[in-house]
Structure formats: structure tokens, C-alpha cells
Design a protein around this ligand. Sequence first.
Ligand code: PLP
Length: 402
Amino acid sequence: MPQNISRNPGRHFLQIPGPTLVPDRIMRAIDSQLIDHRGPEFSKLAKRCLEGIKTIFKTTNPVIIYTATGTGAWEAAFVNTLSPGDRVLMVETGQFATLWKAMAQNLGLKPEFIPGDWRTGADPKQIEEHLRKDKAHEIKAVCVLHNETATGCLSSIAAIRKAIDAAGHPALLMVDTISSLASTDYRHDEWGVDVSIGGAQKGLMLPPGMSFNAISDKALEASKTSKLTKSFWSWNDMLNMNKQGFFPYTPATQMIQGLAVAIDMLHEEGLDNVFARHARAAEATRRAIRAWGLEILCRDPQFYSPTITAVLLPDGHDAEAFRALALDAFNISYGTSFGPYARKYFRIGHLGDFNDGWILGALSLTEMALGLAGIPHKKGGVQAAMDYIESSHSRAARAAAE
Ligand code: PLP
């Protein structure tokens, strides 16, 4: 905050890749008075959410709602389906893949990590080759992130499904959709995903503290023989209680109030429009970065993320100092950097509840912050973003008129 000012006027530009801004309508739902979580009103609300969330994962199977952050839903996916010593195939896309792999180790699983350079998504061919070598089918699960939040790289889950099938391998497919769900197309059933892991605080526009496991019949079957210790995370207890619209414990009732509204809002906008809005903001952001003459961390366009873009700074410029300066001068927060590229990049989140004007505002502040920080760049990034957004609106208008 500029010196001698004790209040920041206007809204904070929360451009981290989640938690994202919570719409006022969801805030008001969360702010409602408490109700009996074993009573009829709650049961109706919970059933509405349990059905509604299926439409977001695009599944007709059950979705478990946990009172936990995404990390809890990661653990739930493992402990419900696997047994101690099981081999699992994971892909090093970045920080979150690395954390998930560490969790697998902590739980007594044997993760095999396909190495990556943190600048692309998962390669289906490598997955297929790895699985083909496992003739005894000892690998019990393939675990990938749909969108690596740390780097802004999106992987093709449909292609990974095909790779697993091409290898004729029966491993479960587990997918982390935490920073992609409700922001870009995701199809749990069609892509043959066995456990999809979601979180509340990104595309769903809710505060952190709620997460999900969407489960296939095959995953449910695996849960009957899985031997990892589970209690709080047990799908079984949840599924039984959920039938009546209840939970085995006191759920985060206010988050459920918020979730019902979030699902309504996503369908009012239309999921395809939500996805198009995210894709437009992502492309506008990339065009701005290119016009500034800076480099996008994701080095292959086929993996560009619709929700997060990481921007590499030229050598000798510290991304953490840049983030601090931008926050101080313009009240804007970017995502931090990790791993081999720590302090070398910052992340612009473009997900959740925003519009074209908001993204252009964020990019304008970024262009000015680059100038203030003395980071060599060209002007005109915001203009490039505006030109793109304008042209995509005129394309859409022409298409509607045809
Ligand atoms: N997976 C991904 C892709 C994430 O982005 C995050 C958090 O940002 C997590 C897992 C962990 O979720 P949480 O911080 O809600 O526990």
C-alpha cells in the first residue's frame, strides 16, 4: 500500500490462481442463518448440491463432498482405492504433482514419477510406454493433474485415457481437477476417469475448505478391497448417509449453502460460456505477455492453461520483489513461483468470477508494475489484449447473426 495511506480504496485485484474472488451472491448465501444439519431443509439443500455437482464433473455417478481442502480430497482418492505398497504412476508437471507424489509416499504407496521440466503437461506416450512395461499389472493407478497450478500447463485427459487403453492396462485413472473444474471443459464419465479430485476455491468461486471426489463404478469396486487405513475419508459412510441428504459428521453447512448458489450461477451463465470466458482471458493474457516481450513458462502451446499463465522475468529480475512491488503500488496479488523456477516467474490467475474488464484492469496494473519495477519490456501488452477481446466478441456476434 502506498505510504501514509491506511486504507486501500476499491477492490483488491486477487490474481492468484485460487482462492478466487467470491461473488456477492455466494457471500450472501454463506452469510445465511444456520439450520439443523439433520433436518429436512438441510437434507433438501444437500441433495440439490449432491445432484448439482455431478453436472459440473459431467458424471452420473456419485460425487463425495468433503469438509476439507483439496489436499484432503487427494488423500481420500488414495486411501479409498489403494493398498499399502501399491505402485502408482505419477507425472512431474510441477509443484502440485510433486506434493501429491510426496503424499503417496507418506501413505505407504510406491509412486513412480515420470520426470518433467515444469514447462509442459503430461505426455500420454510416456504414460503408455511406462504402462506397457508393467506386464504384471502391478501399477494400480495413474495419477495426473488436469491443470498444474504451479506452472499453467493443462494436460489432455482424453489422450491419457486413450494411452492407458492402448497399453491394455487396468490401472485406475485419478485426475486432479482442482484448478480446472468449472473453468474449462471436464468430462469425468466420457474420459473414463475413476476418481476426479476437485476443490471449492477456484472455478467454483467459493472460499477454501470444501473438496470433492467424483468416482466411477470401477473406483467404487476397488474401494471394497482397498486396505489403506481410512475413517474420516471413507466413501462408504458418506455414500450411505448422502442418500438421505446427510453426512456422517457435521458438514460445513455454510459452504453447502454457497455451493448450491455457485452451481446455479454456473448454469445460468452456461458452462460453455464459462469456458469461453476463461479461454478468452487466457489468450488475451498470453498476447499481452508476448507484446511485452516476456516469456510464458508453459513452452508448448498445446498445454496452455485456460486458468493460469506464468510469466518468466528476464535474468537478474526477482519475481518475488516484483510481486511485492505490484502489491504495494497497485493492490494486486499474483501467484508465487516454485521449484526450479522459484523467484523467476509470477503467475496471473484468470479464473473464477471475472469479466473482460477485470482482466484488462489486471493486465493494465501488470504493465505499469513492470515499468515501475524497471523490468525491460515493450509497451502495448494491454492494447494487444484489448484487440484480442474485441475481435473475439465481433467473431461471436457474426457467428450469432449467421
Ligand atoms: N492440487 C492443485 C492442482 C492445486 O492447485 C492445489 C492448491 O492450490 C492443491 C492440489 C491443494 O489444494 P488445497 O490447497 O486446497 O489443499
